[in-house]
Structures are given as structure tokens and as C-alpha cells.
Design a protein around this ligand. Structure first.
Ligand code: PRT
Ligand code: MG
Length: 224
């Protein structure tokens, strides 16, 4: 096993929130030594802080919480949608207020106008949020068949594979382009800083100031 006591590992997702993440990290003096948007390396060195080497993992958004929960990364940045879906055992000390969107039930306009699915009815839901979908329709006593997709959920109703989708919506442009509308907003979403609980206990002197610096950067973003 590598000695992780003198390193601090930060898991970042390589997708859409990376561009908004980097300026926040910079405010906390956490600057990768290479351009993480361009490199094909999955692990990139960062600065050394009080003798501890920082390194970054550049991974799929949905994998960040797995690395942090298992202690392969000490801290990470993950969308709240993924945290609600996967429910990792991690601390969530800070809302970074980036990647803002909402998790919604959506469907074809004509269908949504007829009203929400009735108690006891059966519907097919295309989503990558299987757990959240199941919970949502369980509460409504609607029998939901969950069809797991990995992306482009908006297509499923167009080809008659599902009556509704559950997905994140930002501007609503993708929905509109595909003749879909929002039916219900389930959760407001933004990206969160997450911390492995054991790391927080053993590396608190290092992690606490990082949280405070990031908090300052978030407040500065909100003010501007
Ligand atoms: O890329 P990968 O397949 O690994 O996964 P991913 O596509 O989920 O990751 P990524 O990096 O694209 O998204 C990471 C996180 O960004 C998500 O977990 C959310 O917390 C957040 N986020 C914010 C979004 C959006 N906004 C967003 N608009 N994630 C996805 N979208 C997609 C959405 O799925 C839909 O297809 O954009 C489309 C809707 O956008 P609008 O603007 O047309 O409404
Ligand atoms: Mg993506």
C-alpha cells in the first residue's frame, strides 16, 4: 500500500464543472502543475503544502464519491445529484455554488398537460438516477419501471421507450429541443466539497484551512 499520510489527494471530475472548479481551487493555492483540461494523465501533481504533497485525480463525475468514500482520495468535488443517488459515507462541508441545476421529472408536453401519474398507475422512467426515481414514485404510490440509461435521457420518450425521464435540467434548452417539459422539480442541485471522514480526522490541520479558503472563494463569487 502506498504511504498516503504525506499526500493529500483531491478528486475532480473531468466533465462540465471542471472549468468552474479551477478558479476556486486557485484561491486555496491548489493549482495543478499541468493543465488538467488538456492532459491525458489521470493523476496530476499539485503544490506541496507544509511538507504534504497535493495531487489531483481527474475522473468521471459519478466516480468522485467512490474514490472519496474509500479513502483513495481525501477530498473531492461532486454534484449533489450524485451524492443523493449514491449516498456515500462522506462529510459534505461546503456548497461550492457551481454546477447549479435541478433534478426534475420531465415528460412530453402533451402528456404532462394531462396531469401527473395517478396513484396505482404504471409508468416507465428513463434515468441514470435509479434510486432517486424509485424513492420518488414509491412516495406517490406510482408503479415505476426504471429503465437505466447512461445519458441523453431526453431521447427515451421520443421513441416511446418511457413516459417520463428523471434528469438534471439547467437552462431547459435540451428539454425544449426535444418537445419535453418539466413536471416536478425534485431537488435543487449544485456541486459540493466532500471529505473522507478518516482523512478529516487525521489531516484536519491541512483540510480545515482548505475548506475555509474555498468558502472565501465561494463567497467572493457570490458577491461578484
Ligand atoms: O460525463 P459523464 O458521462 O461522466 O457524466 P455526466 O455527464 O453526468 O458528468 P458531467 O461532468 O457532464 O456533469 C457533472 C455534474 O454537473 C452533474 O452531476 C451535475 O451535478 C452538474 N450539472 C450541472 C449538469 C448540468 N448542469 C447539465 N445541464 N449535468 C448534466 N447536465 C446535462 C443534462 O443531463 C441534460 O442532458 O445537460 C443537459 C441539460 O442542460 P440544459 O441546459 O439544456 O437544461
Ligand atoms: Mg457528460
Amino acid at each position: 500500500m502506498p504511504d498516503n499520510s504525506r499526500t493529500l489527494t483531491i478528486a475532480l471530475s473531468k466533465g462540465r464543472i471542471l472549468d468552474d472548479t479551477l478558479p476556486l481551487l486557485e484561491h486555496a493555492n491548489l493549482v495543478p502543475k499541468e493543465d488538467v483540461r488538456k492532459t491525458r494523465k489521470l493523476m496530476v501533481d499539485g503544490p506541496t503544502i507544509n511538507g504534504t504533497m497535493v495531487r489531483f485525480l481527474i475522473i468521471r463525475a459519478a466516480d468522485v464519491c467512490t474514490y472519496v468514500e474509500r479513502g483513495a482520495a481525501d477530498i473531492g468535488i461532486s454534484g449533489r445529484d450524485l451524492l443523493l443517488e449514491h449516498r456515500p459515507h462522506v462529510y459534505e462541508p461546503l456548497d461550492l455554488k457551481i454546477g447549479v441545476c435541478r433534478l426534475c421529472v420531465c415528460g412530453p408536453k402533451e402528456l404532462v398537460e394531462k396531469g401527473a401519474p395517478k396513484e396505482g398507475s404504471r409508468i416507465r422512467i428513463a434515468t441514470k438516477y435509479d434510486y432517486l426515481a424509485e424513492q420518488h414514485f414509491l412516495k406517490l404510490s406510482v408503479q415505476a419501471e426504471i429503465i437505466h440509461l447512461y445519458g441523453s435521457m431526453e431521447l427515451a420518450p421520443l421513441v416511446g421507450m418511457a413516459e417520463r425521464i428523471i434528469d438534471v435540467v439547467e437552462t431547459g434548452n435540451t428539454l425544449r429541443a426535444n418537445g419535453l417539459v418539466e413536471e416536478t422539480t425534485m431537488f435543487d442541485i449544485s456541486s459540493r466539497l466532500i471529505v473522507n471522514p478518516a482523512s478529516f480526522a487525521t489531516k484536519k490541520a491541512l483540510i480545515q484551512p482548505i475548506i475555509e479558503n474555498l468558502r472565501e472563494a465561494v463567497d467572493r463569487n457570490s458577491a461578484s
